[in-house]
Design a protein around this ligand. Structure first.
Ligand code: MRU
Length: 352
């Protein structure tokens, strides 16, 4: 079974029959892996944000299925398939917005369906191979997106990004940060401005950590500073990732992305979305149908052990928002750059 090699950051890795994931809740203060040996453990890791970012969630879920099959391989075929169904359900219930989770589970199901009469041990081997394949493919796709996206950034560009769409959010290289990494690799001088991304601080903790590791110049701002910098001509482009793109090109991404897109349009700054084809959900006509996760109020009331909000206050915590397609300058996919996405242009991506 081929395992995955040649990565900058090993967000998740298969080791001695277990899935190890960098614990993204404690970065950058601590760099440590959490080890999982069951689908329920992986689902917990996704729910609690040990692993996060749409493609990384998909990869983790694929390994969750592989782990379940390995544990259940001594059962008879019928019981094995019943218990596997439960594992699929547990993983599908972990987080609702990133479509890559459901895409990866569907791929694992399809792999099981190829040999409906195979013995459980054989199915377990096939599923592990499929999970390794999804991870290797994700890195290849990110590199292809990076190459296409890098051409859109002028030399010297100061690029704003929101949340973390980097190696940590994928199997490696990243989507939005992959575009930036590829532009730098091609010899362009690029600097990054990272929104801190309240309430979970993916920008301050994860994007900042990744760019510092990669020695790419990065400046951190709080989310409410982006408009000011844009109005002073200090931002040349915005590049973000996405959790789900509807058939018409509406983009769900980390809460606050919509605000950045509106500001970018106001200031005539291009707003790019790095988006693997696995993140496009053709089953959803527009962004109003994308399920938006509401997370625990505690995340807004404070951070970790520190609480600053008044006790008794009502709190909302939608984790994602939807940017309408007409604010998107281009979707950067591994296949092509789709300028000004519309239903027809998105459909054309899948036509050939
Ligand atoms: O809640 P998170 O951290 O999982 O949200 C992640 C994002 O919104 C990313 O921008 C998106 O998943 C793209 S990751 C390549």
């Amino acid at each position: 079974m081929s395992e995955v090699t040649g990565r900058d950051v090993e967000t998740l890795r298969w080791k001695d029959g277990r899935l190890e994931m960098i614990d993204q809740r404690v970065l950058p203060a601590r760099f440590e892996y959490i080890s999982c040996d069951s689908a329920a453990g992986v689902a917990d890791g996704i729910r609690s944000m040990v692993v996060r970012g749409a493609p990384a969630i998909g990869c983790a879920a694929a390994y969750g299925v592989a782990l379940a099959a390995w544990k259940l391989r001594d059962l008879g075929s019928e019981r094995f398939r019943e218990e596997m169904e439960r594992a699929f359900e547990v993983l599908a219930g972990s987080r609702p917005t990133a479509v890559n989770l459901f895409w990866a589970l569907q791929r694992m199901r399809a792999r099981m369906a190829v040999k409906p009469d195979a013995d459980p041990p054989e199915v377990a081997e096939e599923l592990l191979e499929e999970a390794h394949g999804i991870v290797s493919e994700d890195i290849r796709i990110n590199r292809a997106m990076g190459a296409l996206g890098a051409e859109l950034l002028p030399d010297g560009a100061r690029v704003l990004t929101h949340c973390n769409a980097g190696a940590l959010a994928t199997a490696g290289h990243g989507t939005a940060l992959g575009v930036i990494r590829s532009a730098v690799e091609s010899g362009k001088k690029i600097s990054v401005i990272a929104d801190e991304t309240r309430p979970f601080l993916q920008g301050a903790r994860l994007t900042a950590w990744e760019m510092v590791q990669a020695k790419i110049p990065i400046t951190l701002i709080s989310d409410n500073m982006a408009g000011h910098l844009m109005s002073r001509g200090e931002i040349d482009a915005v590049v973000v990732g996405t959790d789900r793109v509807a058939a018409n090109g509406d983009v769900a991404n980390k809460i606050g992305t919509y605000m950045v897109a509106v500001l970018a349009q106001r200031h005539g700054i291009p707003f790019y979305v790095a988006c693997p084809l696995s993140t496009i959900d053709l089953g959803i006509a527009d962004g109003s149908e994308i399920p938006i996760e509401e997370r625990d109020a505690d995340e807004v009331m404070g951070y970790r052990d520190c609480r600053w909000a008044a006790q008794g206050v009502a709190v909302r915590n939608p984790a994602f928002d939807v940017t309408p397609a007409d604010l998107v300058t281009a979707l950067i996919t591994e296949k092509a750059v789709v300028k000004r996405p519309t239903t027809d242009r998105v459909a054309a991506l899948f036509a050939s």
